[in-house]
Design a protein around this ligand. Structure first.
Ligand code: ADP
Ligand code: MG
Length: 615
């Protein structure tokens, strides 16, 4: 038999490597941006078309490349950043594998223009699917410009695998924001389809966060700072009361590299414990500097995981630093932290043993205390019952969010009371009652019906929102509440995609850029105090449409809103509220199933009962 093992041609090897390095446009953006940082640039422009599927261009004013280097950089394992294996231990640059440009060029049409400051003239080189197309001198600015066109043009399977433009753009924004957050002194611009998405002037970290997330963040941040022999921690935490229900504003950077670490996330989350609701996540922008010899960034090609030699100590230091910062903020919330920071942290003395930082925290501090709103406007009063007409009225008597307010009536015993089982309860349709604070039991001519209060209310609200029936008069029932909300960049982008559907349902939204929106009006009685978090949580559920992906967007939004606004299981309802739900449910087009397709009710016919009792 002949030998069968062959060396793969370079073009194939590069394409295989590309599968690891470049999964999607965002990965190419990340690699190109990292190269600009490694090249010492101070001004970086990102231009993207069709979410990177058509064009990704990155222009920098960094060190540039010689004519030869411009050719070499497309070779696999061609890098200027390490020479020998030992160098890996002291890596300070973002790239070092020498794989990115070779990988990108194997799956796209790439044009690179570059000029070093010391050169008179620049060079332009074109590569297409690893094939060298030509190189010639050009007049260009100092620095480098790389255009990547038609990503995956020669790997249709991968191209087809890409997600919607919205999602791919969201991934790109994520990468861009990560790089921008680590390099506040560098100016960035980001255009998509000729529209300016971000313009970030050079500044300090706080200014960078504000430029990315909106001016309201100026009031939301508290600094965190801790210097030890093992790790230097700096950055900002979001104040507890601004913790959000959506993920996205949790950033760890180690030695200038974005990093994911569920373990260290726990350290931060735990330090916020009891200061924020269980379903909220604190925001943080935490920067750690460690000796490069004590970490390994080589685990994954996309390099968002980092192995620390002494992760447990870092956990403890981080946890203490965050607690300390929250405690300090609590004691003196109005201090100017820019000043305070430099006064309170003595410079690190290498000769002193590292002590666990001590924590001063006010155990009685509870940021919710002052925020708890009187719930009374949601509590039901009999005088309202006469005028209960539609979903807006129902909102008025049922808290839209199932927060356990102080004014909630005490929980009733879990068993059906004897009174309710007495004759009176079954005398007529008024005999409906609530069981286990979750189910509504009623009876019809044919038998006994048990309704799930939450699923039923979801169905009612869904139809009201979607069909905007006569009881929901869009113009008449809106609340005018000019209120500014600020969303994270990816949520803002996502919100924009859904804006028209929100508008159809009675919202009035003005986009102020940089993630800020003025909500001029909202439908009905959505809780105005929580409009930001309402929109956030609706967006969050829209992000995972799951098996509903066949539903039209308006339906998805109506469903997400109905689910948020519905009365929840475990909520005690008054008799009038029960009756309203029953009446409204049976007035629905499809009363039997919830918007999710679950049954809203279970029926036990008298016939079945007779059979069971062998009558
Ligand atoms: P790595 O970054 O791992 O070294 P890349 O494939 O990303 O590998 O880049 C290869 C080399 O090309 C780099 O080591 C660097 O010398 C050069 N290079 C890439 N992009 C730029 C840029 N924007 N400016 C200057 N040099 C660059
Ligand atoms: Mg690189």
């Amino acid at each position: 038999m002949t030998d069968i093992i062959r060396l793969l041609p370079d073009s194939v090897a590069n394409q295989i490597a590309a599968g690891e390095v470049v999964q999607r446009p965002a990965s190419a953006v990340k690699e190109l941006l990292e190269n600009t940082i490694d090249a010492g640039s101070t001004d970086i422009k990102l231009i993207v078309k069709e979410s990177g599927k058509l064009l990704i261009q990155v222009i920098d004013n960094g060190c540039g490349m010689s004519e030869r280097d411009a050719r070499m950089c497309f070779e696999r394992h061609a890098t200027s950043k390490i020479e020998k294996a030992d160098d890996l231990l002291a890596i300070r640059t973002l790239g070092f594998r020498g794989e990115a440009l070779a990988s990108i060029a194997s799956i796209a049409q790439v044009e690179l223009k570059s000029k070093r400051h010391e050169d008179e003239i620049g060079t332009c080189i074109q590569v297409e699917g690893t094939e060298f197309k030509g190189q010639f001198p050009v007049n260009c600015q100092n620095g480098t410009s790389v255009s990547v066109k038609n990503l995956f043009f020669n790997v249709p399977a991968r191209r087809n695998f890409l997600k919607s433009n919205t999602l791919e753009l969201k991934y790109i924004i994520e990468e861009f924001v990560r790089v921008a957050l680590v390099n506040p002194a560098i100016s960035f611009t980001f255009h998509h389809q000729d529209k300016l998405l971000f313009q970030l002037p050079p500044g300090n970290l706080k200014q960078r966060i504000i430029n990315l997330y909106g001016s309201s963040y100026g009031q939301r941040l508290i600094p965190v700072e801790q210097q030890t022999a093992l790790v230097n921690i700096s950055g900002f935490l979001g104040k507890p009361e601004f913790a959000k229900k959506t993920r996205g504003e949790q950033y760890f950077f180690t030695n200038g590299r974005f990093m994911k670490s569920p373990y260290l996330h726990h350290a931060v989350e735990n330090a916020f414990k009891e200061l924020i609701p269980d379903d909220s996540i604190p925001s943080y922008f935490i920067y750690m500097e460690v000796d490069p010899q004590t970490i390994d960034v080589n685990i994954h090609p996309t390099k968002t995981e980092i192995n620390f030699q002494d992760i447990k100590s870092i956990y403890a230091i981080l946890h203490a630093a965050v607690k300390q910062s929250i405690g300090k903020f609590n004691i003196s919330p109005t201090l100017d932290f820019e000043v305070e920071q430099s006064m309170t942290f003595p410079p690190f003395n290498e000769n002193q043993p590292v002590k666990q930082p001590t924590i001063t925290i006010n155990p009685h501090y509870n940021p919710f205390e002052k925020r708890t709103e009187p719930q009374s406007r949601f509590t039901f009063s009999p005088s309202q019952s006469q005028s209960v007409r539609g979903w807006n009225d129902l909102y008025a008597i049922i808290p839209p969010f199932s927060e356990k307010g102080e004014s909630d009536p005490p929980l009733e015993t879990q068993v059906v009371s004897h009174d309710l089982l007495a004759d009176e309860a079954f005398a007529d349709r008024q005999g409906s009652f609530q069981v286990n604070n979750s189910f509504i039991t009623t009876h019809t001519k044919a038998g006994i019906t048990i309704i799930d209060q939450q699923l039923a209310h979801e169905r009612i609200l869904y139809e009201r929102i979607l069909y905007q029936d006569s009881q929901y008069d869009k113009s008449g029932q809106r609340q005018l509440i000019p209120q500014t909300i600020t969303l994270s960049p990816d949520n803002a982008q996502f919100f924009m995609e859904w804006k028209e559907y929100f508008t159809e349902l009675g919202f009035e939204i003005n986009d102020f850029g940089k993630g800020s929106f003025v909500i001029q009006a909202i439908p009905g009685n959505i809780d105005t105090a929580n409009i930001g978090s309402f929109i956030e949580s609706v967006l969050e559920s829209l992000k995972s449409p799951g098996r509903d992906s066949k539903l039209a967007q308006g339906q998805l939004l109506a469903k997400a809103m109905a689910k948020k606004l519905s009365v929840k299981r475990g909520k005690r309802l008054h008799k009038e509220e029960l009756e309203t739900i029953i009446k409204d449910l049976f007035a629905c087009n499809m009363p039997e199933i919830s918007p999710d397709g679950k049954p809203t009710m279970v029926m036990l016919t008298f016939e079945e009962l007779n059979r069971k009792f062998k009558i």
